[in-house]
Write a protein that binds this ligand. Sequence first.
Ligand SMILES: [Zn+2]
Length: 307
Amino acid sequence: MSRGGSRLLVLGYHNVDSTWRWPATPSGGPRNFARQMAWLARSANVVPLDAALADLAAGRPLPPRSVAITFDDGYRDNLVHAVPVLRRHGLPATVFLVPGFLSHKVHAWWERLSWALRTTAAPSVEFEDAVLPLGADGDHARALGVIEASLKRDDLATRHDRLERLVDALEPPGELHPGDLYMDWDEARQLVCAGISIGSHTMSHAILARETAADQQQDLRECRESLQRELAVEVRSLAYPNGQKGDYDDVTIDAARASGHEFAVTTRGRVTESGTPPFETSRWIVSPEKPAARLAAGCLRSLLAAR
Ligand SMILES: [Zn+2]
């Protein structure tokens, strides 16, 4: 039986095209993203995230099969590839931005790590008393998994220190610039002009619960103020970096509210309903690689499931 009226499925994208961390395959990337959006335009009611969350919080009904589209981090491919497709279908979307990435002063650590691992000539990398091989098929993904899991447990400063030591040891050829993959402020303004809504994603992509209470409060206040000032928009929602249970805590939720946010999205769960706490909105993380038919099946399962 349809539960339309009280259910919202929030989709969470990151990149749309190939990146060091998330390489596209011939059947994925922007062309597959376009197929995914075509299905959503035909079969779902794509609603603006903030308005839909406000409706849910107030007990107002949503259209049946309501889906909200979001993107995290501010990859340039969102502007180049996603926006034209969204506009063609008239689909609203929200992009959660990181001022440090937009200023091109902070590296997205997962991309820098992947770049160093993929381009190094080193046959292995030493990490935490282990030697992780890099030469054979699959080695890169295994090493990345081990290193990422460890770095995600650190606070931001420690994570970036350890990352730079790894990059130094790997000696990748050339240099990676943050602007190679991420939008700048002018490009973010183009997003706004194209009708995209903007949300906070922290100043430098800290996993908030790893930081002190004071740092969390300052970060979320500065992030929202900076996005509102530079982009001349109202920022109502926040996406927690990494977004799993334990990546945000009660201090985070208080800091999010105190800095003026009304909603926050996680990377947990699937469907948001009227009883879902507004600072723990569920979100289904989706890859541009996922076949459109599987996206469709997952959406329908989530939106039409009987309780
Ligand atoms: Zn992120």
